[in-house]
Design a protein around this ligand. Structure first.
Ligand SMILES: NC(=O)c1ccc[n+]([C@@H]2O[C@H](COP(=O)([O-])OP(=O)(O)OC[C@H]3O[C@@H](n4cnc5c(N)ncnc54)[C@H](O)[C@@H]3O)[C@@H](O)[C@H]2O)c1
Length: 360
């Protein structure tokens, strides 16, 4: 069973046709089902997301009042559909960059800020708060803070709810977290990594706005440093230049094209280059991640896990981790963590790849 909030009132069928990601042969057989998914009015403000003008928006005097309406929606959706458990995955627009402040540190301060209509409390945070108050696991597919704030992390622990984020790891960053571990494994140096994209979907349009791109850029830039560890290998990785660009180019629609130029340095300082030209489909890469996160977040809750689910970092560009812990970006370590956590939950042995038993 799927539900949604959206400031744009289109039902699932209309939205799928407008997005043009799927061919008619894939959409038409499920048209009735999709028409049945009509979005509930959203908590939405143009201050946080420019370039969208929707009519399906909630009204309320304070942010707390709006968040309480979201809680009511969650309760109604559950009871109207006879459901026992829910998961919420944030697949909405990237909001403007917000630096964590005092309002995000404790739940008392957070709730006071909701009452005071503080600008530091973005709609995505209200959805996260509402989900946690209703005991619903929350996964954040966008790079904006949302549930990645101490106040909401404490609330998740208090209410025994799993949370995870941020920003689905799909095209270029996914590639980065495959190639960078390979360079490090062979101790090849890095002089520079230039990444640029063209895309023409609504995500591209919003990211064309510098404030929203700033949020995305922070998320995209962090991965190389944590994988390559310049502090540990200063000769190889201390001074590399890393540039990321996203260009809105409508003719391409959802079919994104990414170019990477990687300047690497080999034995005796000989330079080499790697070029990657990835012609991907944004939503085709992202949709299975949404489904996996919904299933695994529910699985985590049923297994009694709560707070940050670091084992789900496999799916994210900016994985959330406990305070003081370095998030893991290397896709292969993330995958091992994912598999081992699932084995742990199922009471199976961990994968070590030791294989000694074959040679006794
Ligand atoms: N490959 C990918 O598609 C991919 C990868 C990584 C991250 N993301 C992130 O996922 C998010 C969704 O991407 P998309 O391509 O599906 O965008 P989209 O524009 O197609 O869909 C986003 C929807 O969110 C709605 N929305 C905006 N603000 C809202 C609010 N406050 N409440 C409810 N709905 C709201 C919009 O009206 C729109 O319908 C973006 O933040 C994007 O950066 C996508």
């Amino acid at each position: 069973m799927f539900g949604a909030w959206d400031p744009i009132p289109d039902d699932g069928y209309t939205a799928a046709k407008k997005a043009g990601v799927l061919e008619d042969r894939d959409v038409e057989p499920v048209s009735e089902f999709l028409r049945g998914i009509t979005p509930m009015p959203a908590v939405f403000e143009n201050h946080y997301v420019t370039r969208i003008h929707g009519s399906n928006v909630k009204k309320g005097k304070t942010k707390r009042e709006l968040a309480e309406q979201l809680r009511q929606d969650i309760r109604d959706f559950k009871s109207n559909n006879g459901l026992d458990r829910l998961v919420i995955v944030w697949c909405a627009k990237t909001e403007i960059f917000i630096r964590p402040g005092a309002q995000h540190q404790t739940i008392e301060k957070f709730e006071q800020a909701m009452d005071a209509n503080d600008e530091a409390i973005a709609p995505s945070m209200l959805y996260a708060w509402a989900a946690l108050m209703e005991g619903v696991p929350f996964a954040n597919g966008a790079p904006n803070l949302s549930v990645d704030a101490p106040a909401l992390q404490h609330l998740a622990l208090d209410r025994s709810v799993p949370i995870s984020g941020k920003d689905f790891k799909t095209g270029q960053t996914w590639m980065k977290t495959v190639i960078a571990p390979a360079l490090k494994a062979r101790m090849l140096g890095l002089a520079g990594w230039y990444s640029t994209n063209i895309l023409g979907n609504r995500d591209g349009e919003v990211l064309d706005d510098p404030a929203s791109f700033k949020t995305k850029e922070e998320s995209k830039l962090s991965v190389l440093h944590t994988i390559l560890q310049p502090d540990v290998y200063p000769q190889l990785y201390r001074d590399f230049c890393h540039v990321v660009r996203i260009n809105y180019y409508p003719p391409r629609g959802d079919n994104k094209e990414g170019w990477d130029n990687i300047d690497i340095v080999g034995w005796m300082n000989y330079p080499m280059q790697i070029k990657i030209n990835f012609l991907c489909r944004d939503s085709i890469l992202a949709a299975p991640i949404v489904l996996d996160l919904a299933l695994f977040s529910d699985f985590a809750q049923r297994s009694g896990m709560k707070g940050i689910q670091e084992w789900l970092s496999f799916y994210y560009k900016s994985p959330m981790a406990a305070p003081g812990l370095q998030p893991e970006h290397d896709l292969f370590i993330q995958q091992t963590k994912l598999k081992n956590t699932l084995r742990h939950i199922m009471g199976e042995e961990q994968i070590t790849h030791l294989g000694m038993e074959y040679y006794v």
